[in-house]
Design a binder for this molecule. Structure first.
Ligand SMILES: [Cu+2]
Length: 119
């Protein structure tokens, strides 16, 4: 009789601890996800930027990765940012802190163009 009560009591304790751990864990998980969520990636492949137009919120970091066999650059038309020559698999990142339209091109191949829209 008393043994059964002890078992029920420890079962309740385990459930309470489990709920406490779950509710403590979820805010941590969303906090660690936060930096990656507003950011965007642009792939450079086959002499083009993809996607060509990317819309991000203010504060987002855009990362370009050269997936082409040819070196490319990422150069803002208005001089806001300018990468060095990026070889295959090299990256360039820029964080946009002001809203606006940011057209850019590849200075090696000026016909390659793209645009970042920051809202
Ligand atoms: Cu290029």
């Amino acid at each position: 009789m008393t043994g059964k009560h002890v078992w029920v009591g420890s079962f309740v304790a385990v459930v309470v601890i489990a709920i406490a751990l779950l509710s403590a864990g979820s805010p941590n998980a969303s906090a660690s996800d936060q930096p990656s969520s507003p950011n965007a990636d642009v792939k450079i492949d086959n002499f083009s930027f993809g996607p060509q137009t990317v819309t991000v919120p203010v504060g987002a970091t855009v990362t370009w990765t050269n997936r082409d066999d040819t070196p490319h650059t990422v150069v803002s038309t208005e001089g806001v940012f300018k990468s060095k020559v990026r070889d295959t698999d090299e990256k360039f990142s820029y964080t946009f802190t002001k809203a606006g339209k940011y057209p850019y091109y590849c200075s090696v191949h000026p016909k390659m163009t793209g645009q970042i829209i920051v809202q």
